[in-house]
Design a binder for this molecule. Structure first.
Ligand SMILES: Nc1ncnc2c1ncn2[C@@H]1O[C@H](COP(=O)(O)OP(=O)(O)OP(=O)(O)O)[C@@H](O)[C@H]1O
Ligand SMILES: [Mg+2]
Length: 326
């Protein structure tokens, strides 16, 4: 059996605001990942993707609190640890994140090679600068080729958006983490740069520099090309999880169907149809929600859906959170 590298069990995450509100950003998320797996997570803005990412890295920085559940990397729980402990012992080595905005992720006053050297020093203690430089040259050469020296000796402002994002990816994966979480790694880039960045991520995966990945994006059709499995999130919950093929070509949850309709593209093989917007808005996460969270927008809603909480269960060989899925 393939090795399970990452286990998430009934994870719920809340923001407790200064005004006393409790925002239930993530509710009861469970999944496991195996070595080599690429899991795509898609859902509308505000559905809890980035909050989930923080939870998956064990980064609970107020006002974010875990209210239930567990996250384990290689069998080791990330719960009940301080952010400092997580940063030192877990991040970069076990789980590493590729953030959305490369500009914010790089200290503008330091050269790329110094930012990268800091990551090595923080995890491995005092290091010899000649050895570090040689190590950085070797790693960055994999994706920057003859541009490597220029990139390493530049300040972030001197690089193009694509070079910056690729530098961030190079730095995030320096310590060969077991798993990488990419939170919309290409959303701030133009289409041709997006391709270069995606190729780099997959080159690193092919080279065995990291073994598994969670890839978060608004673009469901893109996930068909990059992910083995896809989870669809709505209002803090996973509503459907299956293979990329199942989710893209035969979605079962009414929200997944609506999302696919809203994202129709030539890539999904439906170039003759026009995208259909999903009417309405997701429910407020500040209140306890009774019944199905998608009920207000669901085209096939029944009276029971507003009363009965929907549990995620196996249906048509994948997980679906809808008693009336068909
Ligand atoms: N610091 C915070 N305090 C209170 N609520 C927050 C905080 N950060 C996020 N939220 C709320 O938590 C919910 C989930 O937000 P999150 O950023 O995880 O969504 P997302 O799916 O990543 O959205 P996007 O696609 O826009 O990046 C939203 O309702 C958001 O308003
Ligand atoms: Mg986000």
């Amino acid at each position: 059996m393939a090795k399970q590298t990452f286990e998430v069990e009934n994870l719920s995450l809340h923001y407790l605001t200064r005004f006393g509100d409790k925002i239930r950003a993530v509710t009861d998320v469970s999944f496991t990942m195996q070595e080599g797996e690429i899991l795509g997570i898609a859902g509308e803005s505000g559905c809890g993707k980035s909050t989930l990412v923080n939870g998956l890295m064990g980064l609970f920085i107020p006002p974010l609190y875990p209210s239930a559940g567990d996250v384990r990397v290689a069998g080791e729980s990330l719960m009940n640890r301080t952010p400092e402990e997580v940063r030192k012992n877990v991040l970069s080595r076990k789980v590493s994140m590729i953030p959305q905005g490369a500009f914010n992720a790089l200290n503008p006053t330091r050269k790329v090679k110094d930012i990268a050297a800091d990551v090595i020093a923080a995890h491995e203690g005092g290091t010899d600068s000649t050895a570090t430089n040689a190590r950085l040259m070797e790693r960055f050469q994999l994706f920057f080729g003859k541009e490597t020296a220029r990139i390493l000796n530049s300040y972030p402002i001197q690089l193009t958006a694509g070079e910056r994002q690729r530098s961030v990816i190079g730095i995030s994966t320096l310590l060969n983490p077991q798993m990488v979480i990419a939170d919309e790694p290409t959303s701030a880039l133009d289409v041709s740069t997006q391709k270069v960045v995606i190729k780099m991520i997959f080159d690193l995966l092919d080279a065995g520099i990291f073994k598994s990945m969670i890839f978060i994006t608004h673009e469901l059709p893109l996930l068909r090309h990059v992910a083995n499995n896809i989870a669809i999130m709505y209002a803090g919950e996973f509503v459907e999880k299956g293979t990329a093929e199942q989710i893209v070509f035969s979605p079962k949850h009414p929200y997944t169907k609506a999302l696919m309709g809203a994202m129709l593209s030539a890539e999904a093989g439906q170039k003759d149809r026009k995208p259909v917007a999903i009417e309405g808005a997701p429910p407020s996460l500040a209140k306890e929600i009774v019944g199905c969270r998608f009920a207000e927008r669901c085209p096939v809603v029944r009276p029971e859906c507003r009363q009965n909480k929907q549990e995620i269960r196996m249906f048509a060989d994948r997980l679906v959170r809808c008693d009336y899925a068909e």
